[in-house]
Each structure stands twice: as C-alpha cells, then as structure tokens.
Design a protein around this ligand. Structure first.
Ligand code: NA7
Length: 535
C-alpha cells in the first residue's frame, strides 16, 4: 500500500476517472496517490447498487479504449451493462493494471489548500492525514453527491429510508412490503419496475415525468461481439468524432422541417426501436435548439406513452409537457410504463398534491397519507459541482473554490480554474462530461492532463494556471452555446435547478464532445493558450 505523503499527484476519487488517471500518470513516470471515500473502487458503479441499476450507454462502448488488450479480453454479456457487471469490469481493470497499491480506500478528502511558498497542494483527509503534492486531479464525478432531501419528519419514520445512490451493499428484499418511491429520473425509472416486481404494493411519487424509451436490452451474441471487437479502432474513432460519443449515431445535417411528416415519423420510430438514448435527439439539427422541432419529437414520444399505459389518466400524469424533450436527461427503461398497468402500483402526482412530510408510518401529501414500510429516495444529486464544493479547496489567494463559484462554476475548458494552480477537474463543469459518453470524456481529459504534465516537465515548469481572461471567455462561450439550445428552458440538474438555492447556470458544454476535443487540442497547439506557467 502506497502511504507516500509526497507523491507528484493526488487524485481524488477511484471511479472510472480516477483509475485511468492513475494508470496514465504511472505510464508517464509520475507518482500518484488516489484517495477514495468508498470501501471499493468504481465510483458511480460502486455506490449505485439500487435494483435495476444499469448503464444506458452500450457496454461495448461504455468501456475504456486505452488498452486494446483489455478491449479484446473482456466479455460483456448484455447490450447494456448492469451495475454488478460494470463493477466487476472496473475491479478487473484495477487488478489487471495493478492499480490498487496506490489507492487508499475508506478515506475522504476534506480539504486541499495551495501553499504558495512551497508551490504545493496540502491535501487533508478525514483520517487526519496530510499529503503534499505538486498537483491535484479531482476525479470526484459529476453525479456523486446525493442531493439533500429537504422533507420534514424523516427521522421519525419507523421503516427504512434508502437513497438509490447510497444503496446497502447487501441489497434490500422488499418482498411483502409496501414501498413508497420518490423521484422519476433515471434512477427511479430503472428501479421502479424491479422493486414493483417484488413489493406487495408500490406507490410512486412523481413531481416531473421523464421522457423515457425502451432500452431493448438483450444478451450480446458471439458473432456480433466478434464483429465489433474486430472494428474497435475504427469505432472508437467514430465515437471521438461524434457529439454524443456514440459510434453509430452521426451528427445530424437536416432540420426536422426539411423532411416530410412521414419521413420524420419513420425516423422517430426507428430511433424509438433502436434502444439508443441519443437516436431521436440527434435525428435533426434543431431538436435541441428549436421549440417547434423539439415538439415533433416530444409529441411522438407522448403518443407512445398513450399507447402503452392503459388508464388514460395515469398515462397523462406520466406524460411530460412542462419542458422540451432532451432538456432534462432522457432515460432508457425496461418495462417502465407497463409497471403502471399493474394493480398494486399507484402513481401520485406531486404537481397536484405536493409532498408535505414523512410521518411515522408513511408519506403525507397535501391530500392524503400513504402508509408504507420502506421509502426509496430516487431524488438525485447536487450535480456537477456538488462533490467539488464539498471539499474545502483553496487556491493562491486563500479564497475557496465554492466561494469563487457562488454564482455558478467558472472554469477554463472545464479543466482548470484561475487562482487555483496545478489543479485539474476531470470532466469538470463547463466541459461536455454528462452530455457525452462519460468514459470517452474521462479519457480525453486524462490524456490532455498527462500530456500537459509531460510538457511542463520537459520545459522545467512547476506551475500551471489558467488566466482569468481565458476562463471568462470560456464561460461566455459555454453560456452562449448553451443559450442557443433549449436546455435553459428546463428545471434540470444541468441547470442546478434541482437543488434549492443553487445558482441557475447551465453547467455543461453542449458544443459537442468532438468540437470540444478539437478546442482542447488547439489550446495545446498554440502553446497552451490561456494558461500561464511558472518555473
Ligand atoms: P434525477 O434525474 O435528478 O431525478 C430525481 C427525481 O427526483 C426527479 O424526478 C425529481 O423531480 C425528483 N425529486 C427530487 N427532489 C424532489 C423533491 N423534493 N420532491 C419531489 N420529487 C423530487 O436523479 P437520478 O438519480 O434519477 O438520475 C441522475 C442521473 O444519473 C441521470 O440523469 C443519469 O445521468 C444517471 P424534478 O424533476 O426535480 O421535479
């Protein structure tokens, strides 16, 4: 076990980002220590053990591309990987590349302070350890800090309350129980059908319905896997050249109104049947930018909900109407709408009857009390900035990052922040991150960071910092591109709108992961334009 208190780099988090970061640093001859709060590696896939947890990006492409050997030897069993399969893969990676010896588990980083005289970060953990390092990489994840659930009375509830993102290791058996579940984002949509299969009664408390499409999950067949494995290099390149990181979905070239109604409908039908999260979103150039174009896609999905849910009133409650399609994270599901055709499943519309409190024996809305034995909170995360702001990060002037970001995150390329030298935020706010394939985004950032560190080493630089000017211009660009889309129209976690009091700012870069990659490469080609270095 590495107990160095003086590595070149401290990496915070041992999820998919932290693990590849460690691997790449070692390859470059740098020493690193990874500090991880969990009792195991895996990040999102370690914590999210709720029933039905599954990635909605295809397994063959929600996987690392850095090692062709790993790509060839690992066998995915299904089109969309389950959480246990992903966790197994991640653990395999940790073993295969001998990563564990530099990872400290069960330890949370509480602060990171830049020490001006030594030109180093002083990183403190909740075990009292202080580590000094030249660089810090925050691999803390975009959706890792559960949102505080603000309902009164929780402590008095007699049964158990579970958060989907902090699920017990040993699992939960809901057999014979009356379960109340709050939240119908991706976690709710994946877990509701599975919990409903087990529970005696299931009551779903919905504030905003999601747009969700059938995943069409299935076992992968050998011939197909062989074919895809044979084309991995070409397909990885296709991923890198697409906005969403999907090798089979190319960026659109036509408006939704450049084609006939019949052709558009056929395209949406194909998208619906493809089981691809982004197929309908990327059918036309204006689905995410023009309300009328968006309405053609949204209307199509609404018509599918009406076909699948037998009771028209329940179908209407499940139908999203208050925001454009895609402006809140769309979902893929397995049997979601059909679950509401079952007699033991109830849907409570919180728009009509808001939550009031948790009582001893259940959940009270403005109209009724629902007795339940267990409560599942699928209420989401303080996304993008939550995990970073939870750490007391202080830069050159002693100002905390969370103070600097009190009006929303400002960061150059989503990678670096002025006044915070030698700090990198992996898939940080203002980068494409959650709007593309996360592993692709991670690999791009890690490779960029490691190239930068090598550049610094060969030029004798000890410090790198983004300039305020570059950071401001990038923030303006991110906002401009975001404002040209329909994203600001929704109260989403992309906008920080799910957390009371959080500034309303669009926190991702929606210009496309491919365009973003080019911009990052241009910065390097122009001698790290927008950064200053010190020897
Ligand atoms: P999400 O997508 O943020 O969903 C959370 C859900 O919980 C959503 O339906 C919320 O309704 C609901 N919610 C949150 N707070 C409340 C309160 N106070 N009262 C009632 N309902 C509430 O989180 P997930 O975990 O499902 O998914 C996160 C991401 O992980 C997902 O997008 C994928 O990228 C993977 P709201 O919409 O705010 O009205």
């Amino acid at each position: 076990m590495n107990e160095s208190t003086n590595p070149d780099v401290v990496v915070v988090g041992a999820g998919l980002g932290g693990l590849y970061q460690l691997y790449a640093l070692r390859q470059a001859g740098l020493t690193a220590r990874v500090i991880e709060a969990g009792d195991g590696v895996g990040g999102t896939w370690y914590w999210n053990k709720y029933p039905g947890a599954r990635c909605d990006v295809e397994s063959m492409f929600y996987s690392y591309s850095f090692s062709p050997e790993l790509e060839q030897e690992w066998e995915w069993s299904e089109k969309f990987p389950t959480q246990p399969e992903l966790l197994k893969y991640i653990n395999h990676v940790a073993d295969r590349f001998d990563l564990r010896r530099d990872i400290t588990l069960n330890t949370r980083v509480t602060s990171a302070h830049w020490d001006v005289p030594s030109g180093k970060w002083r990183v403190t953990t909740d075990t009292g350890e202080v580590i000094e390092a030249g660089f810090v990489v925050m691999a803390t994840g975009c959706l890792s800090m559960p949102k505080e659930f603000e309902l009164p009375g929780q402590n008095g509830f007699k049964g158990q309350i579970y958060h989907t993102g902090r699920w017990p290791e040993e699992g939960v058996d809901f057999t014979g129980q009356r379960v109340g579940l709050i939240g119908t984002g991706s976690s709710g949509i994946q877990s509701i059908p599975v919990i409903a299969d087990q529970a005696l009664e299931m009551t779903v408390f919905q504030r905003t319905p999601s747009f969700t499409m059938p995943a069409g999950n299935r076992p992968l067949d050998d011939a197909q896997v062989k074919e895809l494995k044979g084309r991995y290099r070409e397909l990885r390149e296709a991923q890198r050249n697409s906005s969403f990181g999907n090798p089979f979905v190319s960026d659109p070239t036509k408006s939704a109104f450049d084609v006939s109604d019949d052709e558009r409908l056929a395209t949406y039908r194909d998208g619906w049947n493809s089981g691809s999260l982004v197929a309908i979103l990327s059918s036309y150039t204006d689905v995410l930018t023009d309300k009328k174009a968006n309405e053609t896609a949204a209307g199509f999905i609404r018509s599918k909900i009406a076909e699948m849910v037998r009771d028209p009133e329940i179908a209407e409650t499940l139908t999203p109407r208050s925001y454009p399609y895609g402006s809140k994270r769309p979902c893929l599901d397995t049997g979601y709408y059909d679950t509401f055709n079952k007699d033991h499943v109830r849907l409570v519309d919180l728009r009509k009857t808001p939550l009031v409190e948790i009582t001893e024996s259940g959940i009270r809305t403005s109209e009724d009390e629902y007795e339940v034995d267990a409560i599942v909170l699928a209420t989401g995360y303080d996304a993008m900035t939550g995990a970073l702001n939870a750490i007391d990060i202080r830069g050159r002037s002693g100002v905390a990052l969370r103070e600097k970001w009190s009006n929303g995150p400002v960061s150059y390329l989503g990678l670096a922040v002025s006044e915070f030298p030698n700090l990198f935020t992996l898939t940080g706010p203002s980068s494409p991150s959650v709007l593309t394939n996360m592993i692709l985004a991670i690999e791009q950032h890690v490779d960029w960071i490691v190239d930068c560190l090598q550049y610094m080493r060969s030029n004798g630089y000890r410090e790198i910092e983004s300039t305020e000017d570059a950071e401001t211009k990038w923030a303006m660009h991110v906002a401009e591109v975001g404002n040209a889309t329909l994203f600001p129209d929704a109260d989403s976690w992309y906008m920080g709108a799910n957390v009371p009091g959080k500034p309303r700012v669009f926190m991702a870069y929606v210009g496309g992961a491919n365009v973003y990659r080019q911009k990052c490469d241009e910065v390097v080609a122009n001698d790290y334009e927008g950064f200053s270095f010190r020897r």
